[in-house]
Design a protein around this ligand. Structure first.
Ligand SMILES: *Cc1c(COP(=O)(O)O)cnc(C)c1O
Length: 238
């Protein structure tokens, strides 16, 4: 990575942060409520390290194998006090142990079987708790992963008893749309699903919403996103 690329990266990051702030301003939210998760699946370890040096505190990967290869080459990732590693891709139960060894947060819990396996492995690895999001398929598209919206409540009642999981909130992936505006109802629906569990008095809180990617993160923020997962917009022109 040369100086010119570093500058492009810094400029992209600055623009993404400005767009996050502008979206927050439109709906009177504090930009500090929104965590930028830089999705690094399309870039190598050097760019990941550069992002961390530029102040990015949250790194997301969607494939275990890629993380296994890249993470050891990114020294900045291992400063636990500064950087969190987010697993955002589909997770199979036989990969849970490795994912727990490499990541701090899992965004993609979409079945009870998977939640139980995370709970079991966390206990085995003597982790106090694992931060996790429940991934919901709000669009109902068959091709999309995620728990069907209609199963969410039943899932959640069962998930309550898993003591090694620390539920953060809900996650969704909107289908790719030409107009970001067209996915607004899906983001709104996710927020509405979480809202009975968002008050301070709720037994179990689902305070966070992981929603919004490069093409729709501003709409997601207007609808309450607390975590936006952004790749493409950070790496344009590099
Ligand atoms: C790739 C990916 C993203 C980021 O997508 P961009 O369009 O590159 O911003 C976000 N979430 C998940 C689950 C992804 O796989």
């Amino acid at each position: 990575m040369d100086g010119a690329q570093r500058e492009i990266l810094a400029g992209n990051l600055k623009r993404v942060r400005e767009r996050i702030a502008a979206a927050c301003l439109r709906v009177k939210r504090d930009p500090r409520e929104v965590t930028l998760v830089a999705v690094t699946k399309s870039v190598g370890p050097e760019v990941m390290q550069a992002l961390i040096e530029l102040g990015v505190t949250d790194i997301g990967e969607n494939r275990l194998q890629a993380a296994k290869e890249k993470f050891p080459q990114v020294p900045g990732l291992w400063d636990r006090t500064r950087v969190k590693r987010h697993f955002i891709g589909h997770l199979q139960t036989n990969k849970v142990k490795s994912v727990l060894e490499l990541f701090d947060v899992i965004h993609s819990v979409d079945s009870l079987k998977l939640a139980e396996e995370i709970d079991r492995r966390a206990r085995q690895l003597e982790l106090p708790t694992v931060a996790a999001f429940i991934e919901v398929n709000v669009s109902g598209e068959e091709s999309k992963q995620g728990l069907p919206a209609a199963e969410f409540r039943a899932f959640f009642m069962q998930a309550l008893r898993l003591t090694h999981l620390e539920w953060q909130g809900l996650m969704t992936m909107a289908p790719l749309a030409e107009e970001a505006e067209s996915v607004r109802p899906l983001f709104r629906r996710l927020r509405e699903m979480a809202s009975p569990f968002s008050g301070d008095e709720a037994l179990l809180r689902l305070a966070s919403l992981s929603m919004g990617m490069s093409n729709d993160f501003e709409v997601a923020i207007e609808e309450g996103a607390t975590h936006v997962r952004i790749g493409t917009a950070l790496f344009e022109g590099m």
